[in-house]
Every structure is written in C-alpha cells, then in structure tokens.
Design a protein around this ligand. Sequence first.
Ligand code: ZN
Length: 402
Amino acid sequence: MMKRLLAFLLPMALACSCARTPQWTFHLPEGYLDEPDTIPVFWKTTTSEIADFLMNEVKIGKVELLGKSAGGRPVWGVGYGTPRQGSGTTTWSGASTIGDIAKFRGPDSDKKVMMIIAGVHGFELEPIVGTMNLLAVFETGCDLAGNPRPELVRLRDSLDRVYIVPLANPDGRDRVPIRMEKFRGSDPDAYHVHEYLNTGGIKDGELIGWPACKEYIPMDFSKVEFPGSYPNDNGVNIMHDDFFGHMQPETRILCDLVIREKPDLILNLHTGVSRNNYFTEVNRPCVGAYNPKLLAAWEDLYKYVHTALTLKGLKKTRDLEVETKVPAIHVGSGDINLTSVLSYCCGGICTTVEDGSHGYTGVYDDGTPVDHGPAVILESQLTVYEASMRFLLHSNGSAGWL
Ligand SMILES: [Zn+2]
C-alpha cells in the first residue's frame, strides 16, 4: 500500500455557493505533489503569485475583482483599452435574428474587443503562465523571462480592448498546492500524475480520468480520494455547468463579464492534447456548426493561429497545408459547454485552445519525444495570443464577419 504523505484542507460548499463547511482533507499518493528542483522565473501560477502581480505590477491595465468563487476566492480580470460605450436596444438573440449585431452592442459595435480566459480548469497551468506573461508584456514590453515582445504591444494598441482573466477557477488551483509539476518523461504512462491532479483519483492513485470525470457534476468529494482541479469548491466543473439552472458563481462571473464587454473573440485556454500530436491546437467550437458566418470566421482564426505556430516550429510538421487543414465537425463531442455558452452570450467567436502539459510530453510518429519544456510552452501560448489578435485586427471583428 502506498504511503500517503500529504494532507491539506480546503473549504467546501454544498448545495449553495455561500455555505463553507465541512472541511475536507485529501491524501494523495507519495510523490504526486513533487516539484522540480528549479522553476523558471517566468512560471507564475499560484493564486498568491497572481494576486501579488496584479496588485503590484499592473499599472497600465485596470485590475478588477470580478467576484468570488464558490470557495470564496477572488476571480480577477485585467482590462486594457476602452470598453464599448453605450448599449444596444435588444438582446444578442434579438439582434442575431435581424442580422444586426450593432442592435445588441450599441453605437461602439465596430470596436474590436478580445478576451482571453485561463484557468477554467485550475491546475492547467500552461495558459495561466501564458496570460501572466502576456500581462507582463502589456505592462513592460517584455515577458517575465525578459524577452521583448513589441508585436504583442503593437497589437494591443491596435485593438480597442483586450481583457484578460488569468485564473477563472481559483478553487481548483488552490486544491493542487504546488507551483509546478515534476517532469515525468514521454512513456505511455507518463501522463498519469498530471491526469490525476486534474481529473482526480478514486483510490490508491487510480484515475477518475477524462472524460469519465464528466459523469460526476457536481462531484461528491466524500466519494473520491482526490477531486482534481476541474471542479470548484461546489464540486462543479464549470465547462459543463448547469447553464440554464443553478449556475456556479465562476460561470456567472464569466457570463456577466462577456455580456458587459461583448467581445468579438474569446479564447478559452486549456491543457490537454493527444500524446501522438503534442502541440498547441485550436478546437472547433460547437456553436459554429449552427452559424455558417461564425464558422467561416472561426476557420480563418484557426488558419491564422496554426500558421503562426507552424512557422515557428511549434507544430508537428512544417507543412502548412497539413497543419492548417480545418478539422471536420466531430459529431458526438457534445453541443454545449462554457465555450459555446460564452459565444451565445455575446455573438462573438469563443474557441477552446489546448496545449500540452509541462508534466510529461508526447512523441513524434517515430517515438522521438517532443520538446515541450517551459520555454516552448511560453512561446506557444504567446504565439496563439499574437496570431489571434492579428486575426481580429485584420478581419475587422464581428462587424466584418457577421
Ligand atoms: Zn481543461
């Protein structure tokens, strides 16, 4: 039997987001919370590191406390540029029916607004690292490793508004109390600890796993060894919230924010690509299947991002035709999640973007491990943001594609 080393506490609310008891203690298998000997200076991922940076380093952007999680933790946002002013005369549903988004967005409808959301799954650290570095670029011109990123600054200034939520699920993040996973290689089972920390474990390290974790929403924390980082403290994975019923506070925060900001483009950033194609990818949004104009615009976005990644050697091949071929609609992947709901909130494109984990890596077809270290992760993340901003600028936003 495995020796259990670590126990820690977290507040848990049941049924209602305002309840805070009882306390839970989780015992993880030995070594699962090991950290590497050295952690790069640009790797800022904890709730305290995020709060400290937002409070002390953000001077150009406007930091907002958007609300509190189910566990009472702050959810922060940072806005750059000027928000849309005024309001429209109808809902997005009404405006979409008459084919005029300005009737929903108001007199500033033509402004180009982008939103980037990380940490919906709290221990998917790569997007948190990416957005924290993007904030550093917007504040200083350099990422947290000291690399100048003038094109990102230029694009920020070319768009009317960029809004960043660096950690949407702080409950899930605090449940995994380490800054960085130890790297566990490229063997077929190297993913195990990463998967455990995210999707949770049943007993003695046995995975709940993906997509099985989606069978338990809300998850009963008393029935598992460890709930992972997906759920908030109410046990809810907000990617699959009860959207038309009792919505979780984090979901409400994001929907309210999106309705207020009315972005043209929203990136919902995650960690999770397949071992045999271990490179950052833009996922097809389900909402696009029902709106041909939005789908066509999303396909352009896909090509912008995948072209940029390919040209930097951040895809499996250097073949642009292969890497920018838009994937077919995947029937059976579900037609509602947070990504589609946020799109329905505002009429913009919302797309999920997946990265590989820093905790293990995948392989090329010949079995060679993919180099997916922290520096590659940072470059992949910032490349996605830069290409997406360029797409939004060149496409002229929803005004250009709806
Ligand atoms: Zn995720």
